[in-house]
Design a binder for this molecule. Structure first.
Ligand SMILES: *Cc1c(COP(=O)(O)O)cnc(C)c1O
Length: 377
């Protein structure tokens, strides 16, 4: 059994993926081929926003958003303490200060009350200018936008949605990557919609920001390629990756999101009463289940459990073992409100992510559940 079996998807979609790659190679437009534009149009229409700008990866996508807003030294950007490193890395990369905010114990996502507390803390200290908040759709579940947005409006913060893990998720009928003033995603192979290399995209309804992001992504280009009007970066999605994504998109929208939710329901049913805390999906929310993450009972030896599961052929992962504010890279270069991030610290010690994906077999799901339940008998 694999933790995320990308080969299983390839075996199902092989004819169209092979053809898409072969066509892209034969056509010879390896950079900015027509597949890139077609993908951007299809993704924008799927998500329901005006502009989609593809780029080289999900980290660049976040950085491009901050660059379009002119975020830099003296600015504070609020970021959940429990997330992948990129969500905060980009803030430091543009010279601003990340302020790490605790998360909700059951959804793993940014705690709106803690966000407001952190904003007032920064305002009272009077040294940094609160400019934006990053809300991460962690493990596939959209963040609590109905409570986060009013706080951003109240304090004049721009909202950046990091939908790297949440693509395909929704609240009601509104899809992930449409909640932020700017939203981003990643097409890293193991993400809900993955290509066969690195890739990312930025989404926004704002014409001016979209134009700036298109410029920043291609060396700060002006009216043509050799007119450079600002210092940018080289961040494009290549044609072959766009072709792979186009070949996968129908299955992603039509079948995979439903299939991965079916897999989550099977885990939910099999693990109910096991002593594990199961992931919570609030009423009206749809997760794209980038991860199915349980919390072990207090005092459980996670490393020993992982080892025992591994011996039974069950791979597991720890996302994430370390709070952002404890990462060495941010030492002396980040802030946390005085009440700290106790929930994140607790989660880092007890989370465990299980094998997951739209093509994971019922047999594997049941085997994982049985081995886990046995361990807690
Ligand atoms: C994967 C990920 C990113 C970065 O995406 P890359 O394409 O790997 O650069 C950013 N944020 C979160 C939450 C992620 O999981």
């Amino acid at each position: 059994m694999q933790f995320r079996d990308l080969g299983a998807q390839y075996r199902v979609l092989q004819p169209q993926i092979d053809k898409a790659i072969a066509d892209a190679v034969a056509e010879g437009l390896y950079i900015s081929g027509p597949q890139v534009k077609e993908l951007e149009e299809r993704l924008a229409s799927y998500v329901g926003v005006k502009h989609c700008i593809t780029c080289a990866n999900g980290t660049d996508a976040l950085q491009l958003a901050l660059m379009a807003w002119g975020v830099g030294p003296g600015d504070a950007v609020f970021v959940p303490d429990f997330t992948f490193f990129s969500s905060g890395e980009v803030v430091s990369a543009v010279g601003a200060t990340p302020v790490f905010v605790d998360v909700d114990e059951r959804t793993f996502n940014l705690d709106p009350r803690k966000l407001e507390e952190a904003v007032t803390f920064v305002l009272d200290a009077g040294e940094l200018n609160p400019i934006a908040a990053v809300a991460v759709d962690l493990f596939g579940l959209p963040a609590d936008y109905s409570d986060i947005k009013p706080i951003c409006e109240k304090y004049g913060l721009k909202l950046l949605e990091d939908g790297a893990q949440g693509f395909g998720g929704a609240i009601g009928n509104q899809l992930v990557c449409s909640f932020g003033d700017i939203s981003t995603t990643s097409f890293f192979p193991a993400k809900p919609l993955g290509c066969y290399g690195d890739g990312g995209a930025v989404f926004t309804d704002d014409d001016e920001w979209a134009a700036l992001i298109r410029s920043y992504a291609v060396h700060g280009k002006g009216t043509f390629k050799y007119d450079n009007v600002r210092v940018g970066m080289n961040s494009r999605l290549d044609t072959i990756q766009a072709a792979v994504l186009l070949a996968k998109l129908d299955a992603f929208v039509g079948e995979e999101i439903a299939a991965v939710n079916e897999a989550a329901r099977r885990y939910d049913a099999a693990l109910a009463g096991s002593g594990l805390v199961l992931p919570l999906v609030p009423e009206g929310y749809t997760s794209s289940w980038a991860q199915y993450t349980v919390q072990l009972p207090t005092g459980a030896d996670r490393a020993a459990l992982q080892e025992a599961l591994k011996e039974q052929g069950v791979p597991t992962m720890v996302y994430y073992p370390k709070p952002m504010h404890e990462q060495k890279a941010f030492e002396g270069a980040c802030l946390v409100a005085p009440s700290g991030c106790p929930v994140t610290e607790r989660l880092c010690g007890r989370v465990l992510s299980l094998p997951m994906g739209p093509y994971v077999s019922v047999g594997d799901l049941d085997a994982v559940s049985q081995e886990l339940s046995k361990a807690f008998k």
